[in-house]
Design a protein around this ligand. Structure first.
Ligand SMILES: [Zn+2]
Length: 948
């Protein structure tokens, strides 16, 4: 496959020429001179049998070190590369099989390692290609014998990629309107092969010596610090970087740009820099403070120094995901790194902080210790998401990330309670399957079960376990079981002599820690959470002072009376570390439920029991009999009997049980009635969130009586708390988030005082030419109200194109999508497809937001159906963007005919996406919505009539 093959041989020739001229000045890859002894370019593969038929590479040959020289030309948007891979032959072979995708290889030469510098000519390797597997085979003239080391020298070139993967082009506009180009990399999971031929699997770790050529007006950045710059003839500069530590290919990174930076040094002497395009430099300071603080935190927490001398964090103008943890050179979407005090809300601040916390955690979890293969990507992502919570709550407690973390688990449960979920550890082979592993199961469920394990083991034991794991597998790869074994063997001799508790598989436990019984149980227990999909439901029934417990698989949209029920239940079973408190004691009681049914004897008079204390566990609880009625009474009488997390947990569980057909909607709604006395912002938002969701569902289906009554109910019932909100940025982070959401909702429901205030602020802002500073937390609401007039909408679009703040742009774009006007919404989609005013990186979020608008839902969906192939040219199949587009434009449907439409469309995709796992998730979600509506619409209608 030579999609990028251009008539550019002259360029590589000139590179070789320059190399030969310069080799005496430079010791790096660009300067060394190899004699190829070759005549010309290798012959094509056509007609030759490829010697390897598996997707995974053989390990007959392994890489030791890559010396890589790259020259991106930002004018022609091409790059040329020369690499020298030192390989070790483990088994006799004539072939070296490695990855390459879209690269034109112009020469491949082999020489024994000892011959380097001897002047002996290398031997030409024949290049065979297998584009379907993204592999090449380099065929040696004779057998390479085991135990030997060789150097493989490859010259190649390609166009800088247009998308977001491999070595790609990104552009930004200066304040003066000039467009500038930069070149940057993004490799995870399988795109390093688009930038240079390599053994592109996480377990082929090697060292990398990188050299980058650039023009004087640019800078080059890579994983390691620069050691020197050499001036070449013709004015080009060549930056040489220190050799990296041993690492996987997907973590290699380099950037050529003209960015500016701010710097600081950690207490342990690591230089931290934040880079952004020159006009955004002023937004880098918060990130610097956070990065320094969190790097210092992690070094202490993991008890392992950051192994590189520097860490750069770079805001890239075009970036598909949130950020990428390249070792020493972390790349971010601008909105994940830059903080603008004028336009960034409390939520934006939390977002930037936690994304930095996430990527920094990866420097250990992922970079230092890497999963053996992508099936265990959760070892990277679940941990990084969990460490967001640990690191940010320790360093920025005011951000109250513990409350936000509840949402992480709600997201995981939403996905995991569908049959189309998958086990955390799941087979994945092709690049498409691997990309799909980067989902809420790996990230969010991974994090939630780690939280449960931490709660179970205690923070100290958990921390010791992960230190043990990281130290043991440093610079290597690990599997699921390696983690559990590390958790189960955290003892050193000093623990025994000091009497501190620890775990060991071979020695008796300290009595301090008798929770566990046998230690092999950690692995046994955690396997039930990682090797099978789904989430358990624990059913609790009072019988005198005995509690009868049962476990089932929790499923939404499928009910006990359905014929498929039994089949979906069989074989599912977990070791559940239950926690509970009772009316008679605040002590957290523990019990591992590892049978289908079990009983618990309670001591003394007990009026109530609450399971899953503070929602530290990953399971749903159903209180059978009159259990829920009792809870409703308790909440009405004195809701502070339960912690705020327990109240959130109760509300969440109740509505989940409605979806599973276990609880009537009336009961769940009755449970929320006490909310008018609720003082916790998080709980309020959780409860209101369900009412809001029902409102939008009814509105989209044009069920106008219920829509109207829901609106009346919300505005009546929550009037006091809505009226209490100020239009400012004052208060705690949770006050501020409540304000953002509540005012947004009130204006969305056309609450007159809200609309009037927002209108007034918008007019002032527009009158000031956009210079007036509005409170950041209400910006989205003010803009959304302003966008409802044509003059306001047009003005916002103009401001969007001028704004230098990503945080502001996000808010404006959201506001623009709330306009109920197909013409305007179509205009936005056109701009998104064009990629100039609205960047392609924001297209998925744009379509998602438009589909949220009842007027835009059909528009977005029809657009996706008609333009699928065009979208696939912009984003790779199974990429974050494609999945967001699919889910965002379809998963709110709740009617049979829409279900048929979506099914029909997915079937028509064939190779173009019908194998995507996400299509199953969508179909199941729509089916669930249909069933929910059928079952609950009348209850909702009547409940509202009775409660208004
Ligand atoms: Zn991550």
């Amino acid at each position: 496959m030579h999609a990028f093959a251009m008539a550019s041989h002259c360029r590589i020739c000139s590179l070789v020429l320059v190399l030969q001229l310069l080799h005496i000045y430079s010791l790096g890859i660009c300067g060394f001179k190899h004699q190829t002894g070759k005549d010309n370019v290798t012959s094509p593969t056509n007609g030759k049998l490829f010697p390897w038929n598996k997707m995974r590479l053989p390990d007959m040959v392994v890489p030791i070190q890559y010396d890589l020289c790259v020259h991106p030309n930002l004018t022609t948007v091409h790059f040329t590369g020369l690499e020298r891979i030192e390989i070790f032959v483990r088994e006799n072979t004539r072939f070296i099989i490695l990855h390459s995708k879209g690269l034109e290889i112009t020469s491949a030469v082999l020489l024994p390692k000892d011959d380097l510098g001897s002047g002996k000519p290398g031997k030409q390797l024949q290049v065979l290609e297998h584009p379907a597997h993204e592999q090449i085979a380099l065929q040696a003239p004779e057998v390479l014998t085991a135990g030997q080391r060789f150097l493989v020298v490859i010259e190649f070139h390609a166009r800088l990629a247009d998308g977001f993967d491999g070595f790609y082009k990104s552009t930004y506009k200066t304040r003066d309107g000039e467009t500038r180009i930069i070149a940057t990399t993004d490799f995870e999971p399988t795109s390093a092969r688009m930038a240079f031929p390599c053994f592109d699997e996480p377990s082929f770790k090697a060292n990398f010596a990188i050299t980058i050529r650039r023009e004087r007006k640019h800078i080059a950045l890579s994983n390691m610090p620069k050691i020197k710059t050499i001036e070449l003839e013709g004015g080009l500069l060549e930056d040489h970087f220190e050799v990296t530590v041993k690492m996987s290919t997907y973590l290699v990174a380099y950037i050529v740009c003209d960015f500016k930076s701010v710097q600081a040094t950690t207490s342990s002497g690591i230089k931290v820099s934040i880079y952004a395009s020159p006009d955004k430099w002023s937004q880098t300071h918060y990130a610097l403070e956070v990065a320094v603080k969190l790097l210092e935190f992690y070094e202490k927490y993991f008890d392992i120094s950051f192994p590189l001398p520097k860490l750069d964090l770079v805001a890239i103008p075009d970036f598909q995901s949130g950020a990428m943890e390249n070792w020493g050179l972390i790349t971010y979407r601008e909105t994940s790194l830059l903080y603008d005090p004028k336009t960034s809300s409390a939520f934006d601040k939390l977002w930037v902080t936690k994304v930095i916390g996430h990527e920094l955690a990866h420097q250990w979890f992922g970079n230092l210790v890497t999963m053996e293969w992508w099936n265990d990507i959760w070892l990277n992502e679940g941990f990084a998401r969990f460490m967001e919570l640990v690191s940010v709550s320790a360093t920025y407690s005011k951000l109250q990330i513990e409350d936000y973390f509840l949402n992480v688990c709600f997201g995981a449960i939403a996905r995991d309670s569908l049959n189309s979920s998958h086990p955390i550890s799941n087979p994945a082979e092709t690049p498409t399957q691997i990309k799909e592993m980067f989902d809420t199961v790996s990230y969010d469920k991974g994090a939630c079960i780690l939280k449960m394990l931490q709660d179970f083991l205690s923070e100290a034991v958990f921390q010791r376990g992960i230190i043990h794991y990281l130290k043991k597998y440093s610079y290597r790869n690990a599997k699921n079981n390696d983690l559990w074994n590390s958790m189960a063997n955290t003892c050193s001799e000093s623990h025994f002599s000091s009497g501190n508790f620890c775990y060991t598989a071979s020695r008796p436990l300290s009595s301090t820690f008798s929770r566990m019984g046998k230690l092999t149980e950690i692995e046994e227990m955690m396997n039930t959470w990682t090797l099978q999909k789904g989430i358990p439901l624990v059913l609790v029934k009072f019988e005198g002072n005995t509690l009868r417990l049962r476990q089932e698989r929790f499923l939404k949209g499928v009910f006990e009376e359905d014929p498929e029920w039994a089949n979906l239940q069989s074989r599912y079973f977990w070791h559940i570390p239950l926690t509970y408190i009772t009316s008679s004691s605040n002590t957290v009681h523990r019990h591992i439920l590892k049978t289908k049914t079990d009983t618990l004897e309670l001591e003394g008079e007990v009026a109530w029991v609450k399971f899953n204390v503070d929602m530290n566990g990953y399971y749903i609880v159903h209180y059978e009999g009159n259990g829920w009625d009792n809870i409703i009474k308790l909440l009405d009488q004195n809701h502070t009997l339960f912690s705020h997390k327990d109240r959130v947990n109760l509300i969440h569980n109740a509505f989940q049980l409605v979806s599973a057909g276990r609880l009537s909607l009336d009961t769940a709604l009755d449970l929320t009635r006490y909310l008018r006395h609720e003082s916790s912002n998080v709980v309020l938002l959780q409860g209101l969130g369900y009412l809001e969701m029902f409102y939008h569902m009814m509105e989209r289906r044009n069920i106008s009586d219920v829509t109207e009554n829901l609106k009346r109910y919300i505005l009546q019932h929550f009037k006091l708390v809505i009226d209490r909100q100020t239009w400012s940025d004052e208060g705690s982070v949770s006050d501020r988030m409540l304000r953002s959401d509540l005012l947004g909702l009130a204006c969305d429901l056309q609450y007159p005082p809200c609309i009037q205030k927002a209108d007034k602020l918008f007019s002032k802002w527009m009158g000031s030419g956009g210079t007036l500073n509005l409170p950041a937390d209400v910006l989205k609401t003010v803009y959304s109200v302003g966008a409802q007039t044509t003059a306001g909408w047009n003005y916002l679009l103009k401001q969007y194109s001028l704004s230098m703040s990503g945080a502001e742009k996000n808010k404006i774009l959201y506001a623009l999508t709330t306009r109920r006007d197909c013409e305007k919404l179509t205009k936005l989609i056109e701009l998104g497809m064009e990629g100039e005013v609205i960047k392609t990186q924001d297209l998925a979020a744009l379509l998602h937001a438009i589909a949220r608008n009842p007027e835009g839902q059909g528009l977005a969906w029809n657009f996706v159906r008609k333009n699928w192939n065009k979208l696939l040219k912009k984003f790779e199949l199974a990429s974050f963007s494609i999945r967001t587009i699919i889910v965002g434009t379809t998963s709110r449907f709740s009617s049979e005919d829409k279900l048929e439409e979506v099914k029909h469309f997915f079937r028509s995709l064939k190779d173009q996406g019908s194998q995507l796992k996400i299509t199953e998730v969508v179909l199941e979600t729509i089916t669930k919505n249909i069933r929910w509506l059928k079952r609950n619409l009348n209850s909702l209608r009547n409940w509202l009539l009775n409660n208004l």
